[in-house]
Design a binder for this molecule. Structure first.
Ligand code: ADP
Ligand code: MG
Length: 306
């Protein structure tokens, strides 16, 4: 099966969630009429087989995750997702694999009314998937990493450490959290005008929160007894639990800062658990306490080339 047949057969879909897509797959570029008074929010993330997911990962999960990690980046700005582009490098044309991959990819797209509007299909030695996601945010309202204020709460959605635990215990139910991250788009959008800064958790809370602290020129205190950790991890030693929760990657939950006053204004129809894990301080650096006792822990999140 050749390049253009693959594109036609697998990637060209008939969804029409977004009426402002004037031209999708099939020309040299796609055309979109931007909504008035909105800013384009755009990001890209690449998944390399064996690096970003275990080689045993199903094609369906790879498809889902390659979209989800990008929608998570949009969510972290408070954006509403709109469309994606897909650049895929395949070692070979394996039709059942492509079928499953597309089912996973379009399942994640559909759950957020996102359309695939273009991309690139190439042959190469390693399976590599690069998705670019586009979304919209009201002019000037995007939630960046740089707005955290002294006294703000630090809040995380869902549970943290699940995906890292799932990676270490591949048949455990928490593997689902590794394979099928849930981009928190509704929450992200809801926090427009409320949260002072936000990031999505891809590399572990310590490393990702540090990006907020650096960008905002503030410090933080985290109370370890408040970390939202799954019951499966609770039987482990504190050191191990904290290692997963603070330095484990791939959770794709949101971490945001918010004034106590604005925190009271959050009202979510769909119930995404939120946990206050600490607060922002003027002293630079990150302090970790367990029941008021300062803890010195030495681990850090994932970095390429480190
Ligand atoms: P060009 O050679 O002009 O760059 P291509 O031949 O690469 O165009 O692609 C033809 C059309 O198919 C384009 O609209 C492109 O966006 C789309 N396309 C190619 N690969 C993919 C893919 N993996 N997913 C979605 N659309 C794709
Ligand atoms: Mg062209």
């Amino acid at each position: 099966m050749a390049e253009f047949s693959i594109i036609d057969r697998y990637f060209k879909q008939k969804h029409a969630y977004q009426s402002n897509i004037n031209l999708g797959i099939g020309d040299d570029s796609a055309l979109i009429t931007p909504p008035v008074d909105q800013q384009l929010v755009i990001c890209t993330d690449t998944l390399v087989a064996g690096r970003h997911f275990p080689l045993s990962t199903t094609a369906h999960a790879i498809g889902w995750k390659s979209v989800a990690v990008n929608l998570s980046d949009l969510a972290a700005m408070g954006a509403t997702p709109h469309s994606i582009l897909l650049a895929i490098t395949l070692p070979e044309v394996d039709e059942p694999w492509l079928d499953e991959f597309c089912q996973g990819l379009f399942a994640c797209c559909s759950s957020h009314q996102v359309e695939l509007i273009g991309g690139d299909t190439t042959q190469g030695p390693h399976l590599t998937i690069s998705v670019t996601a586009l979304g919209w945010v009201p002019q000037g309202q995007a939630i960046t990493r740089s707005g955290a204020q002294v006294g703000d709460y630090i809040v995380v959605s869902g549970q943290i450490g699940d995906a890292a635990y799932g990676l270490q215990h591949l048949q455990h139910p928490l593997q689902h959290r590794l394979d099928y991250p849930t981009p928190r788009c509704e929450l992200g959008k809801h926090l427009l005008g409320l949260a002072s800064s936000m990031i999505d958790l891809s590399d572990g809370l310590i490393q990702d929160l540090q990006h907020i602290l650096n960008a905002s020129h503030v410090g933080a205190m985290i109370q370890l007894e408040h970390l939202p950790i799954d019951k499966a991890l609770r039987s482990l030693s504190f050191q191990e639990q904290w290692q997963y929760a603070l330095a484990g990657g791939d959770d794709y939950e949101l971490c945001f800062t918010i004034s106590p006053e604005n925190y009271q204004k959050i009202c979510l129809e769909e119930t995404i658990p939120l946990t206050i894990v600490g607060h922002i301080e003027s002293n630079l650096g990150l302090r970790l306490t367990y029941k008021d006792k300062l803890q010195s822990l030495n681990f850090h999140g994932y970095q390429h080339f480190a």
